[in-house]
Design a protein around this ligand. Structure first.
Ligand code: ZN
Length: 163
């Protein structure tokens, strides 16, 4: 496993629509392991393949309940609303207020290419929406209400550790 460089907002790779995965090659398996390692190293709760420069529909998430790997994820149900602070590893040191569904149901393939359904509330729902947006070339900054805030790095790590 190896750490990958996280692309920063402004990099055109973050604005592209990613292609579905049809076959899980050895190369993509290595990518998934690297994405998990990179997410944990950066204290993030999620990471999408385009954030490490790969235009494939793969996301990894861990909201403190263990790693979730989703291939070709699609939101099939959403309801409710939550408004809260959101940040992104592709925009370090910033956060902004975003309203998201409070509950989503996502259909995807797991890392064995088996169909899986993931249901998320609150932080997990937010993370699912945020990461799936990346696969369609969208950043949370498109939906921010009010100005972006500067956040202290140590403070962010503390908050994420508590989650
Ligand atoms: Zn992000």
């Amino acid at each position: 496993m190896a750490l990958r460089e996280v692309r920063i907002q402004g990099d055109p790779v973050l604005e592209k629509v990613c292609r579905p995965v049809e076959k899980l090659t050895e190369r993509l398996e290595v990518l998934i392991d690297d994405m998990l390692e990179t997410m944990y190293d950066e204290n993030g709760v999620g990471l999408a393949a385009p954030q490490v420069g790969v235009l494939r529909r793969i996301v990894v998430i861990d909201v403190g309940e263990g790693p979730i790997v989703l291939i070709n994820p699609e939101i099939v149900e959403q309801d409710g609303e939550q408004t809260g602070s959101e940040g992104c590893l592709s925009l370090p040191g910033k956060a902004g207020i975003v309203t998201r569904p409070n509950h989503v149901v996502v259909k995807a393939l797991d890392r064995n290419m088996e169909p899986v359904t993931v249901e998320g509330y609150e932080l997990l729902a937010r993370a699912l929406c945020h990461e799936i947006d990346h696969l369609n070339g969208h950043m949370y900054t498109e939906y921010v209400e009010g100005p972006l805030q500067d956040v202290d790095y140590d403070e962010v790590e503390e908050i994420e550790d508590e989650e």
